[in-house]
Design a protein around this ligand. Structure first.
Ligand code: ZN
Length: 218
């Protein structure tokens, strides 16, 4: 939905085909244009459970674009296993909503992204892959689309431990939009009551102007 607002000319199918990393890069840029270039990331210290916070510039989170952004076919080759896969797309994640448990979710994702899977030339069912291969494959999938996993280093204010917190820009940005919507709603209700204006008239004002009228009415 956000991408459609950002790229009104693009078709829905084109947008759904973006990899998670491509999608998240766009969301980071969109967040930058909407609420500014700095994110305030909060994470829980794994040692003492205190909350740590870090301000981080979006520019520093946007890595170099991958060398082959259009590439869809990657080969994982390890211990005789040869697995062809593509990076995850936003649409693949939708399937997770229907999965009963994490095992089913993992299988659903693998069915999406694995093209072929063999060991020493013999076809293998991906559900039978050993755990260590699955773990390494998961890493290879993340590496194939570097921007799909963004980690932010945070220092704990209590015990000083340094830890990494994952930044899910979609969730982050959506919460900010929801908070902004609630704030706008409250402002509009306040000004409608204070001045007797219509809600559409108040909504059409800039946020700055609304706040000036609120101060004047207070
Ligand atoms: Zn701590």
């Amino acid at each position: 939905m956000l991408l459609q607002l950002a790229f009104p000319q693009a078709s829905k199918v084109e947008l759904l085909r973006l990899t998670v990393g491509q999608r998240d890069s766009v969301l980071l840029r969109l967040r930058e244009l909407t609420f500014g270039p700095t994110l305030s990331c909060v994470g829980e210290c794994p040692d003492c459970l205190a909350l740590g916070e870090r301000e981080i510039g979006i520019a520093s989170l946007l890595g170099e674009p991958p060398p082959n952004p259009g590439r869809v076919d990657f080969l994982f080759d390890q211990d005789g296993f040869q697995i062809r896969f593509r990076p995850l797309r936003g649409t693949d994640l939708h399937l997770l909503r229907r999965a009963r448990d994490s095992e089913a979710a993992r299988h659903a994702l693998m069915a999406c992204i694995i093209g072929s899977c063999s060991r020493n030339g013999t076809e293998v069912e991906f559900k039978r892959l050993p755990d260590h291969i699955l773990d390494d494959l998961a890493e290879a999938v993340a590496d194939s689309d570097p921007q799909s996993e963004v980690w932010v280093g945070i220092e704990c204010p209590e015990c000083g431990a340094e830890f990494d917190a994952i930044l899910d820009i979609m969730d982050f940005f959506w919460r900010e939009i929801a908070a902004e919507a609630r704030r706008t709603q409250a402002e509009v209700e306040y000004l409608v009551r204070a001045y007797g204006w219509s809600a559409p008239k108040v909504l059409n004002m800039s946020g700055e102007r609304r706040r000036l009228y609120m101060e004047a009415a207070a």
